[in-house]
Design a binder for this molecule. Structure first.
Ligand SMILES: NC(=O)c1ccc[n+]([C@@H]2O[C@H](COP(=O)([O-])OP(=O)(O)OC[C@H]3O[C@@H](n4cnc5c(N)ncnc54)[C@H](O)[C@@H]3O)[C@@H](O)[C@H]2O)c1
Length: 332
């Protein structure tokens, strides 16, 4: 029997790729709930909607009444809706708190009163970044690490604060009411059509604009980049496994930890840059090292990322080069 799946925030980067994977597998009835604040009903998503009869509910889900437009008997609910990105934390931290918190609280209240079976909440490594930075916790970092906010006054941390609310909220509500939940903490998911606010698209764009000397911000910081196809496999695996109720799983790629300098040099090679580089200190509030320990995901769901960072970055850079050089307009 086919499974009924809802993706709240399903028109975004990760949502679109989960939908692509589900339609490839077949046997899902899919609904997207999104206000298109950031996601786009572009050609790619529209053609999936048409081909697979996907239902699209367009509304702002910070309003509780928007949930009355949805069925209430989904097998799987992916909760992806959120304002995402450092830029928003700096530009509109108060709005980010309002939007993300209402999205979480409304979803919790709706799950409580619905007949949906399981929800997956998408959290972030930012929840423990402060712990690693301030208390020297080990990297690669496992799910057991205490969570910590470095400075509650700094707007940068509003995003992580809302994700802490979500982690605790979904676990407590699902224990109190009759549904299952799983939390995944993503770590630098990237790939084609990821938007324009992440490091890779921005670096590609700056190379194409011939910046020289090319500034490498936070050159010595490390990140473990997780290619979208691997992140999607980990997400669907976390949702559909019988072993993951009330579990928090780190989804990332512990074999892909590289410095920002290595990343920029590699992209420079792909864009035929032959100018010079300049090292610049990192932005305020960004952690020096981040890499997940994904042993738990490996043990519980057999998670095993397959795409090397070089393969993934090459695919992503190709997509952005084609987009920019084809006259693509930068959207949010
Ligand atoms: N991409 C990453 O590396 C990463 C890392 C950590 C956590 N996450 C989390 O994973 C989830 C998905 O991330 P993404 O990269 O696909 O982000 P995204 O911004 O591409 O997708 C989020 C979607 O939520 C929608 N949305 C926002 N406000 C809404 C509202 N009021 N009502 C309905 N829809 C609304 C947006 O339009 C967008 O389509 C997010 O919750 C994000 O916090 C992502």
């Amino acid at each position: 029997m086919s499974k009924k799946v809802l993706l709240i925030g399903g028109a975004g980067f990760i949502g679109l790729n989960i939908i692509k994977a589900l339609t490839r597998r077949g046997n899902y009835q899919i609904t997207i709930a999104d206000n298109f604040f950031r996601g786009k009903l572009d050609q790619e998503l529209q053609s999936l909607v048409d081909k697979y009869g996907i239902k699209v509910v367009t509304d702002d889900f910070t309003k509780p009444e928007a949930f009355s437009e949805l069925d209430n008997d989904f097998d799987y609910v992916y909760m992806l809706a959120s304002v995402v990105g450092v830029e928003y934390t700096m530009k509109m931290p108060h709005e980010l708190i309002r939007i993300n918190s209402f999205l979480i609280l409304n979803t919790l209240e709706w799950m409580k009163n619905s007949n949906c079976k399981k929800i997956l909440f998408t959290s972030t490594s930012e929840c423990y970044a402060g712990t690693v930075e301030s208390f020297n916790y080990s990297v690669p970092t496992s799910e057991e690490v205490p969570l910590c906010i470095n400075d509650v006054q700094h707007p940068r941390f509003t995003y992580a604060i809302t994700k802490l609310l979500g982690e605790s909220g979904f676990i407590q509500y699902s224990r109190a009411f009759d549904f299952q939940c799983t939390i995944v903490r993503y770590h630098n998911v990237y790939g084609p059509r990821m938007g324009f606010k992440h490091v890779i698209p921005q670096v590609v764009q700056r190379f194409l604009k011939n910046e020289n000397p090319f500034k490498i911000y936070g050159f010595d910081q490390t990140r473990a980049f997780n290619f979208i196809d691997d992140a999607v496999t980990g997400t669907i695996g976390s949702m559909e496994s019988e072993n993951t109720n009330h579990e928090i799983l780190h989804i990332g790629d512990m074999n892909s930890e590289i410095t920002i300098e290595e990343l920029v040099n590699f992209i420079g090679g792909l864009t035929n840059f032959n100018g010079s580089y300049e090292h610049v200190e990192a932005h305020d509030g960004s952690v020096s090292r981040r890499c997940p320990d994904t042993t738990k995901a490996k043990n519980l769901i057999g998670y095993h990322p397959k795409i090397s960072w070089q393969q993934g970055v090459e695919k992503t850079v190709e997509w952005y080069k084609e987009y920019y050089l084809g006259g693509g307009v930068v959207f949010e």
